[in-house]
Design a protein around this ligand. Structure first.
Ligand code: PEP
Ligand code: MN
Length: 339
């Protein structure tokens, strides 16, 4: 249920309302926007008399929220969420560019690529230390050592780091990691989501390759219901009948999720296309659709990469792409809205 308040509500009446809702067993979430304040209720609202609340002086409207996701729902929080990471912000009209290798392979590799992507305009560095691989015989990542190498690359470039956590028990290893990624394969690892929700870290939540938008939002809700509001949604391609691409980038995710949720939305053109030459057009399409950012794999020697070499962009091409993305993003700001 949401209670939409009139402008400049009397603070005492508002406090009384909040206290009463709490005594009724509700969890109360206040979203103060520039134009509207919304009081969102989580819990069993069946005992709450909507007409009684609607009759209060300070109340404009009361509505039931049918969707099972509440905190991730735009109805609960009408304004876009903006997440601060170091000196950068995700959402709120910024174009976030997360780039780096699929896997952290060595100090030289990750530090060299980190410098190259930083010079090209990346705002964050990605790199997997714990890798979810389809084959148990493939490179599984450097683990803790990989995290240390990412720290070293952050030290050298100042770029915040984004890296995947695969299991809840590892949480302490990620204490100083800037953004924790939940991979597509773990989107419904609910124990992991709950542990992540008990931190205040930004969480980059990737859409499972067979997950609906509602399932993605329910996974975001798992994190948020534990107290962490800093969730970034990531569309990374879904399974379809097409075999020419690794996955199918679902560009519709941007406008649909934008409507359903206030959380920032980024797209991953690397794991969706699965081929280097598809990354630039899919990135442009994502920004044209209104994405808040992109996560792109870049490698200086993709032929030697220990994972996902065929989809890694070369640093020069990536630099040109970032320029084009900014040109497009600026042009997007001048577009007339179409209703
Ligand atoms: C990755 O980002 O390296 C990765 C494994 O992605 P996904 O979980 O989307 O497959
Ligand atoms: Mn990868």
């Amino acid at each position: 249920m949401i209670v939409i308040l009139k402008n400049n509500p009397d603070q005492e009446q508002l406090n009384n309302l909040i206290n009463w809702l709490k005594t009724m067993g509700m969890e109360v979430n206040i979203s103060k926007g520039t134009t509207q304040t919304v009081v969102g209720l989580v819990g069993d609202t069946s005992k709450i008399d909507m007409d009684l609340i609607a009759a209060l002086d300070i109340v404009e409207d009361v509505k039931r929220v049918q969707e099972p996701y509440k905190k991730a729902n735009r109805k609960f929080h009408p304004e876009d969420t903006v997440i601060k990471v170091g000196d950068t912000q995700i959402g709120g009209g910024n174009l976030t560019i997360i780039a780096g290798p699929c896997s952290v392979e060595s100090e030289e590799q990750v530090c060299t690529i980190a410098k190259l992507v930083k010079d090209a305009g990346a705002t964050m560095l990605r790199g997997g230390a714990f890798k979810p691989r389809t084959s148990p015989y493939s490179f599984q990542g450097l683990g803790e050592e990989g995290l240390n190498l990412l720290r070293e690359a952050r030290e050298q470039t100042g770029l915040p780091i984004v890296t995947e956590i695969m299991k809840a028990e590892d949480i302490d290893l990620f204490d100083d990691i800037d953004v924790l990624q939940v991979g597509a394969r773990n989107m419904q690892n609910f124990d992991l989501l709950k542990v992540l929700g008990s931190t205040d870290k930004p969480i980059l939540l990737k859409r499972g390759m067979m997950a609906t938008y509602q399932e993605l939002l329910m996974s975001a809700e798992y994190i948020m219901s534990e107290g962490d509001p800093n969730v970034i949604l990531c569309e990374r391609g879904i399974r379809t009948f097409e075999t020419q691409t690794r996955n199918t980038l679902d560009v519709s995710a941007v406008p649909v999720l934008r409507k359903l949720s206030h959380l920032p939305i980024i797209l991953d053109p690397s794991h969706s296309g699965g081929k280097r030459d598809l990354v630039a057009p899919l990135s442009m399409a994502s920004v044209a659709a209104g994405a808040d950012g992109l996560e792109i794999e870049v490698h200086n020697h993709p032929e030697k990469a220990l994972s996902d070499g065929p989809q890694a962009m070369l640093p020069d091409a990536f630099a040109t792409l970032v320029e084009n993305l900014h040109t497009l993003h600026e042009a997007m700001g001048k577009m007339k809205p179409i209703n």
